[in-house]
Design a protein around this ligand. Structure first.
Ligand SMILES: C[S@@+](CC[C@H](N)C(=O)[O-])C[C@H]1O[C@@H](n2cnc3c(N)ncnc32)[C@H](O)[C@@H]1O
Length: 287
């Protein structure tokens, strides 16, 4: 399956070019775009924790938790009582040791059945994978609405949610594929949303309380990843072979061009569950 295809090249390969916490999504800079990837990734996790309202003693869900950097951040820096992470990659699921305060599950959000309500939900860099490319616009919107609906059910009333996703900006996806290399070789089962699709899928259940558009920051993140991968060229080639090494370099370059040309951008949202989010009478999580 697609996610396995992308991640199961092995964590050691990603370790060569990601930051030390192994965060695989756009960093956040509040000032000038400098070369401090470590600080930018921690600043990004901090922004999401605040936007979702994670505090001491809270129970949190991380949809698409990667190698668990956010799980560690939330329990260690924000003193969350418990964080559950979901991933579709068995390599990622196996990389996080079970602990009293964290649980990582090899599970699609569509199949998630929480033990009880969450105080906050965070999803960083996973939304891009939720709807398959072969779905039409209406079906993709349906997937996004389903996601927000489940999240609303899983949250306590007034609970917070933060979301980070790449989305189309100056581009109409119905006009044709952006890059067949990107969509077929790197992420064969993903497709990007448009801003309006995200907001209309969310707004019946959630208030929008924070919003940022940070496409230039993804370009900077990709530049730093590319620089690090090139600096480890020999080791990377020995680890995964020349073809895979070159394919990843190309993926980083193509992705960066997509942000620089404003074909796509990077959105970060903070949401708050509406008090009347479940007016249809359906049961909340854990009921
Ligand atoms: C680009 S990585 C981002 C990981 C992490 N949030 C970070 O910032 O480092 C995308 C993550 O989303 C997960 N994912 C994608 N689709 C998912 C789904 N339907 N259900 C659960 N996890 C999903 C992948 O397994 C992967 O862990």
């Amino acid at each position: 399956m697609a996610i396995e295809h992308h991640y199961d090249v092995g964590a050691d390969f990603y370790r060569l070019w990601l930051d030390t916490a192994m965060v695989y999504s756009c960093g956040l800079w509040d000032g000038p775009l400098d070369d401090d990837l470590e600080a930018a990734q921690q600043a990004k996790l901090a922004w999401h924790a605040s936007a979702a309202g994670v505090g001491a003693g809270t129970k949190v869900l991380d949809v698409g938790c990667g190698w668990g950097a956010n799980l560690r951040y939330l329990t260690e820096q924000r003193r969350a009582a418990h964080v559950t992470g979901l991933t579709l990659s068995s390599d990622q699921a196996a990389s996080v040791a079970p602990a009293e305060t964290t649980a990582i599950r090899l599970e699609d959000w569509r199949d998630h059945r929480p033990d009880g309500p969450y105080d906050a939900i965070i999803s960083i860099g996973a939304f891009e994978h939720f709807a398959r490319q072969d779905l039409d616009d209406a079906a993709r919107s349906g997937v996004y609405a389903h996601f927000f609906d489940l999240c609303a059910r899983w949250l306590v009333p007034g609970g917070g949610m933060s979301l980070q996703t790449i989305a189309y900006e100056d581009f109409d996806p119905s006009a044709g594929a952006v890059s067949s290399f990107f969509t077929e070789e790197i992420f064969p089962e993903s497709s990007l949303p448009r801003l309006g699709q995200i907001i209309s899928a969310a707004e019946t259940r959630f208030r929008l309380v924070a919003y940022r558009s940070d496409g230039a920051q993804y370009s900077q993140t990709l530049k730093l990843w590319q620089r690090r991968l090139e600096a480890s060229a020999d080791e990377a080639t020995e680890m995964v072979g020349r073809d895979t090494y070159r394919r990843y370099l190309r993926y980083l370059r193509v992705s960066r061009a997509m942000f620089d040309r404003r074909i796509c951008t990077l959105y970060r949202f903070g949401f708050e569950r509406r008090p009347d989010a479940l007016v249809d009478g359906s049961a909340p999580a854990g009921a």
